[in-house]
Design a protein around this ligand. Structure first.
Ligand code: BTN
Length: 227
């Protein structure tokens, strides 16, 4: 990994994008604070000081939506190192209990994948998210060394990325084990039409298999919420 550290930036994903095509695979951009952090679907992502806001440039042999799982698994394992049990909400969220602690945003540019990871470490959770988001500090009752978190996260990321390159099914298999919503009735929010059904499984290609009124529907994107 080649780590670039910034004190403030609009979005580490944007910054990392600007390094393409000169930056090598494995370039990491970390910022103390983002002024325009972004989440999926154009949502904003609160990124005050104290959190881990970073983007990694990867150059996989081909673009594969399952790559987002690599980020989620790495975050979950990092939390595990600190004694925090996390689960993954398909496709890109990491939750602890009923609160979100981290999100992964992958974007594609010129054969590169920009993998942005936001992890609430010691940062304050904005008031409007208090019931739905949490941080490592909130859970552990103490501040955590952000450098240690970054180090662990990059180790796990390297390991899961290697596994992904060798056999992406192993990554999907692990995601299945950590998705507590399999078998649950959910609503999948989508731009065009919402879907309501029961999660049957996550298919080998990474999509969600949903039972909607007895029909199996394959869902490639959307936000899952429990009914
Ligand atoms: C989501 O859950 O919607 C994804 C959130 C991703 C946030 C991270 S923070 C670092 C990187 N830079 C951004 O602007 N977004 C990602």
């Amino acid at each position: 990994w080649k780590i670039l550290r910034l004190s403030e930036v609009d979005s580490t994903n944007e910054y990392a994008k600007g390094l393409i095509p000169d930056a090598p695979e494995g370039t990491v951009v970390v910022a103390k604070r983002q002024t325009a952090g972004r989440g999926r679907k154009g949502r904003s992502w609160a990124s005050p000081k104290g959190g881990l806001w970073m983007s990694v440039l990867l150059k996989p042999p081909k673009i594969d939506p399952r790559l987002v799982f690599v980020g989620a698994l790495a975050v979950a394992d990092t939390l595990g190192d600190f004694g925090i049990e996390a689960w993954i909400k398909w496709p890109n969220d990491v939750w602890v209990g009923n609160r979100k602690i981290s999100g992964v945003l992958t974007e594609v540019k010129r054969g590169y994948v920009i993998m942005g990871i936001g992890l609430n470490v010691n940062n304050e959770i904005p008031e409007e998210l208090e019931g739905s988001a949490t941080s490592m500090r909130d859970i552990l009752g103490r501040s955590v060394g952000i450098e240690e978190v970054l180090k662990r996260l990059l180790e796990h990321l390297g390991r899961w990325y290697k596994t992904f390159l060798e056999n992406p099914y192993l990554v999907v298999e692990e995601i299945r084990k950590r998705t507590i919503l399999i078998g649950k009735e959910v609503r999948v929010l989508r731009d065009d039409n919402d879907l309501v059904g029961r999660i049957i499984n996550i298919s080998d290609d990474g999509s969600l298999l949903l039972d909607v009124d007895g029909q199996t529907v394959k869902v490639v994107y959307g936000d899952v919420s429990v009914r």
